[in-house]
Design a protein around this ligand. Structure first.
Ligand code: BG6
Length: 483
């Protein structure tokens, strides 16, 4: 179903995110027939480019970031007709009057702030001063949304000076991932899981977001953030919320966000020995090529920033009291694999005796790769060997189940941008949610800074530092394999 016609202005239209995600994503939606012909995309940036030059850049980014089987010369051509460019100075006056003339008042207006947060205030103010945005306009902002509670509050206040909360779309792209949304469908559209979804039946939950990449060219940003700020405060926190929240009364933006907020507020402070931080050391790639250490990558030999973190988290409420949630994320790990595993408790009594084959039921929700869900169940081992138990997976790979080849699952950004145009904030973070997440994160970081903790080194291609294993071993549990 096509969305309504729109003008989407991308500030930072020549930047990395625009080239990698936003523009290719919009092309995909155009190809899928979701973006109407009357829609316009206006790249706005400081670069001295004309419209043709910008269209060339967009064509290149499609070439680079859209898979070959989805690139159709005629469709690309027609898509590019919808693309425009405007030279604009976020801090000055250049370009603003032009933008005011260009923007149509009778279509949806969205402004994507794909720029450094220090420019948010300037953009918001100028959009108003020049009468460009109105009460129905939407702005889209990216993470990092602040560096701590104080800066997040300041950013919220800056935006609130010009826009109502209902106009602000704070992106956490994990919420746009197919499986993440499916989590809500699985929990709240089936009678099967919800009665078991609590501390009485769930032994623990593991959330792993493992990456094989290092910090690459983003060393400067990353060294100021670390895994806690870059991944846990936002992406892992959102996953945790969707797993742990109470059923919202309706699938409605504020109903969902109210429930998530309650989870964040119920998070307990984390004790120092419930956290393991790591930093990758130099090593060799799978083909034997030498790989730089984290310290080399960020060019800071004294850095104490973590590229890996594992932690044991508790939620103090009726549903979850006593059920640990183990979170872990890191760079340069063994595989790119993200998974949420809900590990259920043992049966209260085994009528089969202490059979060696017995395992707990696990519902594993894979975010990437091979998005899907697996429920491990125990059955009798087939054959005449007597009553021996074995574990089999009830497996559902979304691409297979939907008869699609994985390519047809839209990228998180595509979906989220279409939600902005539709005016649906369900998958975007509300200001109070972001602040609550920082309020929980800040003292944890302050704690390890005050203690002068150093992250433990780990080998690239491993599962992180050894101590991270201990976090579960000492509770009589083990991490699921990263593969
Ligand atoms: C970003 C982080 O938000 O998410 C990156 O800043 C990280 O450090 C990325 O690599 C992971 O996203 P995805 O979609 O590849 O899992």
């Amino acid at each position: 179903i096509p969305v309504d016609p729109f003008d989407l202005v991308i500030f930072g239209g020549t930047g990395d995110l625009a080239r990698r995600k936003i523009l290719p994503g919009l092309y995909n939606r155009y190809l899928a027939g979701q973006m109407p012909d009357e829609a316009r995309i206006i790249g706005a940036a400081r670069a001295e480019l004309d419209e043709d030059g910008y269209r060339q850049m967009v064509a290149q980014s499609i070439e680079e970031f859209v898979p070959a089987q989805k690139r159709d010369a005629a469709v690309i051509d027609s898509f590019l007709q919808r693309v425009h460019y405007l030279r604009i100075d976020a801090r000055g006056t250049d370009g603003w009057e032009d933008l005011a003339r260009m923007i149509r008042k009778d279509v949806v207006q969205a402004f994507y702030f794909s720029v450094a947060p220090s420019l948010f205030g300037d953009l918001a103010e100028r959009l108003h001063a020049h009468g460009i945005s109105g009460p129905e306009s939407r702005i889209v902002v990216e993470k990092p949304f602040g560096h701590d509670l104080k800066s997040a509050r300041a950013l919220n206040a800056t935006l609130a000076a010009h826009f109502d909360e209902s106009q602000i779309y704070r992106i956490d792209h994990y919420l746009g991932k197919e499986t993440v949304q499916n989590l809500m469908a699985v929990r709240f559209a089936n009678i099967l899981f919800e009665p078991l979804w609590n501390a009485r039946h769930v032994d623990h939950v593991q959330i792993t977001v493992a990456e094989t990449v290092g910090v690459g060219g983003r060393g400067q940003y990353y060294d100021q953030s670390g895994a806690m700020r870059d991944m846990v405060q936002n992406h892992l926190m959102q996953l945790l919320c969707l797993i742990a929240m109470e059923p919202p009364y309706r699938f409605d933006p504020d109903a969902v966000r109210d429930e998530k907020l309650k989870v964040i507020r119920a998070l307990q402070p984390v004790r120092p020995d419930d956290i393991v931080r790591g930093q990758y050391r130099a090593g060799k790639g799978p083909d034997g090529t030498p790989q730089p250490s984290y310290l080399d990558d960020v060019g800071n030999p004294d850095s104490r920033t973590e590229s890996f973190i594992a932690m044991r988290v508790e939620i103090a409420n009726w549903r979850w009291k006593g059920t640990p949630f183990y979170l872990r994320t890191g760079k340069k790990l063994r595989a790119r694999a993200s998974e949420i595993a809900v590990v259920f408790k043992e049966v209260p009594h085994s009528i089969f005796g202490d059979d060696e084959g017995w395992r707990e039921n696990v519902l594993s929700i894979r975010l990437q790769p091979n998005e899907g869900m697996t429920l491990s169940v125990m059955i009798k081992e087939p054959g005449p060997g007597g009553m021996r138990l074995t574990e089999v997976p009830l497996d559902m790979t979304f691409a297979e189940a939907l008869g699609a080849d994985g390519q047809d699952i839209p990228d998180a950004y595509e979906r989220l941008i279409m939600d902005v145009i539709r005016g649906n904030q369900t998958l975007f973070m509300r200001g109070d949610e972001v602040e609550a997440a920082w309020a929980w994160t800040d003292p944890i970081i302050a704690g390890w800074e005050a203690r002068g903790d150093r992250p433990r080194p780990y080998d690239p291609g491993s599962s992180g530092p050894e101590d991270a294993l201990m976090l579960l071993h000492r509770d009589g549990r083990r991490w699921r394999e990263i593969r």
